[in-house]
Design a binder for this molecule. Structure first.
Ligand code: PEP
Ligand code: MG
Length: 581
C-alpha cells in the first residue's frame, strides 16, 4: 500500500480500479506476476505490441501521404523494431522464466538495447537509441495507459490517474464511469479543480510524481476531502474507507434535510447563497440544495466542451435553459472568460503560445479583440433575458476604458436587436468581476459605473500574490488568508457599500466554511458557491450572528500573517459550527 498526499479539491471518496491517462514518463517498479498468470500476461504483451504496430502503420501512411515516402521510412524502421522476433522473444522469456510483469520485462529489454546502441561509439547508432526509448514509451502506453480521447467513453467504472488533465479533458469525462481523479499537477483553484466540483467527482490534485507507482487496474482510493491517494490499499484501509463512504451518504442526507427556509443569521440578517455553475444541468443541483439563484454562470464551458464555436442559437438555448430552470431566481451570466488555463480542445483562435497566458489575451480582452464573437454572445444572453431575471457580468475588468467599451458594445447589440424586432430584455443589470488587484484598488470609481460587483478571489489571489493558481510548486504560497487579500476585499466591499451597489464573492473562498464569518463580517451579503457547498454554507449561516461575524472580521484585519489569520478563522469556525468537526 502506498499513500500519497495532494490538494483536496472536490470532496468525497472514490474507490475503484486505476486507469492511467497520458502517462508522461515511466519508472517501472520491479513487479512480479503469479506463475499461473504468466500465459495471460504474455497475451497482454502481444496485444499491446499489436496496438503499437497498428498505430505506427497509421503514422507511416499519413507521413507518406503528407510528406512523401522518404519520411515514412522512419516509421518502417520503427515497425520492424517493435515486431523484431528476437527483441520480443527476450521479453517473453523474462516473463516466462522470471515471472516479470510485461511492463518490467519490456523496460529491461528495451533499455538494455538502447544502452548497447549508445555504447557503440557511433553518432548515428546513438540516435537510434532515442527511437528505442520512444518505442518503449509507446509499448508502455499500450500496457498501462489509455489514449486521451477515450476518457469520454469508458467501458467500466474507473479512477483516473493522470499527470495533468486540461479543463477540456475534465469537461468531457465520462460521467457514468469516472469515479474520481487524481493528478500529479494542478492547484487548488485551477479550472480543472473547479470542474471536479461541478461534476461532483472526488478529486485530489498537485500530488507530485506518483504515476510510476501504479499499475493499471490496481485498486486506488481517492479521498477528495483530505487530499489523499491510496494505491493498492490493504484490507483494513479499504474497510475503513468503505465505512467513511457510507457515513458520507448519511451526512448528505442530513444536509439535504436542512434545505428548507432562508439562510438567515441568528440576528435576522438574510444572506443570499447562490450557486456557481459551468453547465446548465447543474442548476437543478443548486436548486435542490436551496440556492437563491445562480451567482456565476461560467459560459466559456460552452466552448470548452464543444468541438466548434457555439452559434447564437446554441448559446441562447443554453442560457434560456438555465433561466427557465431558475424559475424567477436571478441568474448572473458571465461573458466569455477563455484563455489562461481555459482553452478549448482542437484548433481554435483561443490557442496561444504566450509565455504568460494568465497575463495575456484572456477573458474580456479576448471578447474586445473579437467583437463579433462578443456580440453573438451578448445577443444570446439578452434574448434569454426575456424569460427571467438575467444579469450580465464582465470578467477580468482592469481599466475603466475596458468597462466602458464593453458597455458600449452591449448597447450597440441592444440597438441591433431592437432594429431587427427581436425580443430581448433591455433592463438587464450590468456588473463586473473584481478579480484584478487594479480593479479592487479603483473600486470606488468602478462602483459608479456598474450595477453590482462580484469578487473573483481565485484570480484576485493569483494576481495579488503573484502565484499561479494551477501550479502545485507554489500551492503553499496561494493563500486566501493573506492580509493583503483581506485588505483588497475590504476596499472593494467598502466601495460597493458607499455607492449602494451589491457585492458578491464568487471565488472558491466563499465555498470554504472557514471564511464565511469573515466575509459576512466585512459586509458581504451574497455568496456564490460551488454546488456541493451550498447546503453547508446555508447551515453555517444559521449558526452565526452578524455582530459576531463583524468582531471576527475586525480581529482578522489586525493580524499580520496569513498563518495567524488561518488559525484564528479555523478556531472561530470550530466554536460557531461544531457540527462540522
Ligand atoms: C475567480 O477568479 O475567482 C472566478 C470566480 O473566476 P474563474 O475561477 O472562472 O476564473
Ligand atoms: Mg476569474
Amino acid at each position: 500500500m502506498i499513500i500519497k498526499s495532494g490538494i483536496a479539491v472536490s470532496p468525497g471518496i472514490a474507490i475503484g480500479p486505476a486507469l492511467l491517462f497520458g502517462v508522461r514518463s515511466f519508472r517501472i517498479p520491479q513487479r512480479f506476476v503469479a506463475v499461473d498468470a504468466v500465459d495471460g500476461e504474455v497475451t497482454r504483451l502481444r496485444l499491446a505490441i499489436q496496438t503499437v504496430a497498428k498505430s505506427i502503420e497509421q503514422s507511416q501512411e499519413s507521413a507518406s501521404r503528407q510528406l512523401g515516402s522518404e519520411y515514412a521510412a522512419i516509421f518502417g524502421a520503427h515497425l520492424m523494431m517493435v515486431q523484431d522476433p528476437k527483441l520480443l522473444g527476450e521479453v517473453e522469456t523474462l516473463i516466462r522464466t522470471k515471472c516479470f510483469s510485461p511492463e518490467f520485462a519490456c523496460s529491461r529489454v528495451f533499455r538494455n538495447y538502447a544502452r548497447s546502441l549508445q555504447n557503440l561509439g557511433n553518432a548515428y547508432m546513438a540516435e537510434r537509441a532515442a527511437d528505442v526509448l520512444d518505442l518503449e514509451k509507446r509499448v508502455m502506453n499500450a500496457l498501462l495507459g489509455e489514449s486521451r480521447r477515450d476518457l469520454s467513453n469508458l467501458s467500466h467504472p474507473a479512477v483516473i490517474l493522470a499527470h495533468n488533465l486540461t479543463p477540456s479533458e475534465t469537461a468531457s469525462l465520462d460521467r457514468k464511469n469516472v469515479l474520481g481523479f487524481a493528478t500529479e499537477g494542478g492547484g487548488r483553484t485551477s479550472h480543472t479543480a473547479i470542474l471536479a466540483g461541478a461534476l461532483e467527482l472526488p478529486a485530489v490534485v498537485g500530488v507530485g510524481s506518483f504515476l510510476s507507482d501504479v499499475s493499471v487496474d490496481d485498486v486506488v482510493i481517492i479521498d477528495g476531502s483530505n487530499g489523499k491517494v491510496v494505491i493498492d490499499p490493504d484490507e483494513a484501509t479499504l474497510a475503513g474507507y468503505r465505512f467513511v463512504l457510507s457515513q458520507q451518504k448519511s451526512e448528505s442526507h442530513r444536509l439535504a434535510s436542512l434545505n428548507s427556509g432562508a439562510a438567515t443569521t441568528l440576528d435576522g440578517v438574510r444572506i443570499q447563497v447562490m450557486g456557481n455553475i459551468e453547465f446548465p444541468q447543474e442548476v437543478q443541483h443548486c436548486i435542490e440544495r436551496g440556492a437563491d439563484g445562480i451567482g456565476l454562470y461560467r459560459t466559456e464551458f460552452l466552448y470548452i466542451g464543444a468541438d466548434h464555436s457555439p452559434s447564437e442559437e446554441e448559446q441562447f438555448n443554453s442560457y434560456r435553459a438555465v433561466v427557465a430552470a431558475c424559475n424567477d431566481r436571478p441568474v448572473v451570466i458571465r461573458t466569455l472568460d477563455l484563455g489562461a488555463d481555459k482553452i478549448p480542445g482542437g484548433d481554435s483562435i483561443f490557442h496561444t503560445n504566450a509565455e504568460n497566458p494568465a497575463l495575456g489575451l484572456r477573458s474580456i480582452r479576448l471578447s474586445l479583440r473579437y467583437i463579433s464573437l462578443f456580440k453573438t454572445q451578448l445577443r444570446g444572453i439578452l434574448r434569454a433575458g426575456c424569460g427571467g431575471r438575467v444579469k450580465i457580468m464582465f470578467p477580468l475588468i482592469t481599466s475603466l476604458l475596458e468597462l466602458r467599451q464593453a458597455k458600449l458594445i452591449l448597447r450597440d447589440v441592444m440597438d441591433d436587436l431592437a432594429e431587427e424586432r427581436i425580443a430581448f430584455s433591455r433592463d438587464v443589470q450590468v456588473g463586473m468581476m473584481v478579480e484584478v488587484p487594479a480593479a479592487a484598488l479603483q473600486a470606488r470609481i468602478f462602483a459608479k459605473e456598474v450595477d453590482f460587483f462580484s469578487i473573483g478571489t481565485n484570480d484576485l489571489i493569483q494576481y495579488a500574490l503573484a502565484v499561479d493558481r494551477s501550479d502545485p510548486n507554489v500551492a503553499a504560497l496561494y493563500s486566501s488568508a493573506d492580509p493583503a487579500i483581506l485588505t483588497l476585499l475590504k476596499m472593494t466591499v467598502d466601495a460597493a457599500r458607499e455607492q449602494g451597489i451589491p457585492v458578491t464573492i464568487c471565488g472558491q473562498m466563499s465555498s470554504d466554511l472557514r471564511f464565511i464569518p469573515l466575509l459576512i463580517g466585512l459586509g458581504v451579503r451574497t455568496l456564490s458557491v460551488t454546488p456541493f457547498a451550498i447546503a453547508e454554507v446555508r447551515d453555517l449561516i444559521r449558526h452565526l450572528s452578524v455582530s459576531q461575524a463583524e468582531e471576527i472580521a475586525e480581529h482578522a484585519l489586525t493580524l499580520d500573517l496569513a498563518r495567524d489569520v488561518d488559525n484564528y478563522l479555523r478556531g472561530e469556525l470550530q466554536r460557531i459550527y461544531p457540527e462540522k468537526q
